[in-house]
Design a protein around this ligand. Structure first.
Ligand SMILES: [Cu+2]
Length: 353
C-alpha cells in the first residue's frame, strides 16, 4: 500500500464514524417534540453540537486507532521509530481551527440568545408565581387566576416570573427555554407555543423537600378554546363562600388600611376577635359588637364612636354609597345579589381572639 493512501483512508473513516456517531447522539440524547417558535433554532443548535462532537471524537479516535493498528511494530523489528521534532504548520492549524470553532459557537449562541429573548409584537402577559412547592398563573388583562398554564397557540407570550420564597426555575422541555425565578428580582421569559397539546411545567431548580412535586399542567389550545378558558375561570364573587368574599371585600374596599386582623394598632380598632366583643364608646356606654352594630358602624360610622378613636375618619370613606354601588355592579355582572356587609360579618366571625 502506498504511503499517500493513508490520509484518504483516514479521511473516509473519519467521515463515516462522524455520521454514525451523529445518529447515535441524536438517538441517545432524547428530546421531546419541539413545540415553540424558540425551540426550532435551539434544536438547530443542538444538532450543530452533535455534529461537532461527533466529528471531533471521530477525528481523534480514528487517527489514533488507525495508527495503532496500521503502524504497529512488525515481529523482529527492533529499530527505533523516526525522531520527529515539531511541525509548525500543523501546530498553527490545530491552534487556529479550534479557536475559530469555539469562538464561532460562542457567537452562534449569543446571536441565538438575542433571537429567542427578543421582544415580540403583540405579546400577551402571563404572571407566573413560584413558591414551595406550587405554581400559579395570572392573566392580568383578563383578571383571571389559574393553577394551570393555558396558552393560545401561535400567540407570543411574555412570562413575568416571580418567586415568593427561594430560587425556582421555569422549565417546559417542549418549549426548550428555561428561566430561573429569583425572589425579589422579577424575571422574564418569552415563548410562542406552536403545537396544540398538553405539556408539563417542572421546577428545574432544587428548592426543598417537595421540589420534585413542583409541577403544573400546561395546555396549548386554540384561540377559541383559550377565550372559553378565560370566560370559565374569570373571577366571580358569587363562586366564593361568604367568608372568602368578606375577606376579598376587606382588601378591596380598603378596610385593611385601618383595621388589622392580628391586634396591631391602626387608625381603627383591630378586627382580631371583633365579633361579640364588648366595646366602650365615647358616650360612656358599653355595647356588644353584634351584627346590627357592625352594620350601623359601616353605614353610619359617626353615630357611635369607639373610645380612643376619632369620628370622621371612617365616614370619609363614604361606604354608605360605595358598598351599595359595588353590590349593584356585582349583581349586574354576575346576576347574583350579594350582601357585602353580611359577607364582611361572616369574615369577622372567623377572626378569633
Ligand atoms: Cu421549585
Amino acid at each position: 500500500m502506498g504511503k499517500s493512501k493513508h490520509p484518504i483512508i483516514v479521511g473516509v473513516l473519519t467521515l463515516l464514524t462522524t455520521a454514525g456517531l451523529y445518529f447515535l447522539f441524536d438517538w441517545m440524547f432524547t428530546r421531546p417534540a419541539a413545540a415553540s417558535a424558540q425551540a426550532v433554532p435551539i434544536e438547530d443548535l443542538f444538532q450543530a453540537h452533535f455534529i461537532m462532537m461527533a466529528f471531533l471524537f471521530a477525528l481523534i479516535m480514528v487517527i489514533m486507532v488507525y495508527a495503532v493498528v496500521v503502524f504497529r511494530r512488525k515481529p523482529d523489528d527492533d529499530t527505533d521509530g523516526p525522531h520527529i521534532h515539531g511541525h509548525t504548520g500543523l501546530e498553527i492549524a490545530w491552534t487556529i481551527i479550534p479557536t475559530i470553532v469555539v469562538v464561532g459557537f460562542g457567537i452562534y449562541g449569543l446571536v441565538l440568545f438575542r433571537e429567542v429573548t427578543a421582544e415580540q409584537p403583540n405579546e400577551m402577559v402571563v404572571a407566573v408565581t413560584g413558591q414551595q412547592w406550587a405554581w400559579s398563573f395570572e392573566y392580568p388583562e383578563a383578571d383571571v387566576r389559574s393553577g394551570k398554564l393555558v396558552l393560545p397557540v401561535n400567540q407570543p407570550i411574555l412570562l413575568q416570573l416571580n418567586s415568593k420564597d427561594v430560587l425556582h426555575s421555569f422549565w417546559v422541555p417542549e418549549f426548550r427555554v428555561k428561566q430561573d425565578l429569583v425572589p425579589g428580582y422579577p424575571q422574564e421569559l418569552r415563548v410562542t407555543p406552536t403545537e396544540i397539546g398538553n405539556y408539563r411545567l417542572r421546577c428545574a431548580e432544587i428548592c426543598g423537600t417537595s421540589h420534585s412535586d413542583m409541577l403544573a399542567d400546561v395546555q396549548v389550545v386554540s384561540q377559541a378554546d383559550f377565550e372559553q378558558f378565560l370566560i370559565d375561570s374569570a373571577f366571580r364573587y358569587s363562586d366564593l363562600t361568604p367568608e372568602a368574599r368578606g375577606e376579598q371585600f376587606y382588601v378591596e374596599l380598603g378596610c385593611r388600611g385601618c383595621h388589622s386582623l392580628d391586634g396591631a394598632p391602626g387608625a381603627g380598632p383591630t378586627w382580631q376577635g371583633i365579633y361579640l366583643r364588648e366595646e366602650a364608646l365615647t358616650d360612656g356606654t358599653t355595647i356588644v359588637v353584634d351584627e346590627e352594630y357592625i352594620r350601623n358602624s359601616i353605614l353610619n360610622p359617626d353615630a357611635q364612636i369607639v373610645q380612643g378613636f376619632n369620628p370622621g375618619v371612617m365616614s370619609a370613606q363614604n361606604y354608605d354609597t360605595r358598598i351599595p354601588e359595588l353590590a349593584a355592579q356585582i349583581s349586574a355582572n354576575e346576576g347574583a345579589e350579594i350582601d357585602i356587609i353580611a359577607d364582611l360579618i361572616a369574615f369577622m366571625k372567623t377572626l378569633d381572639q
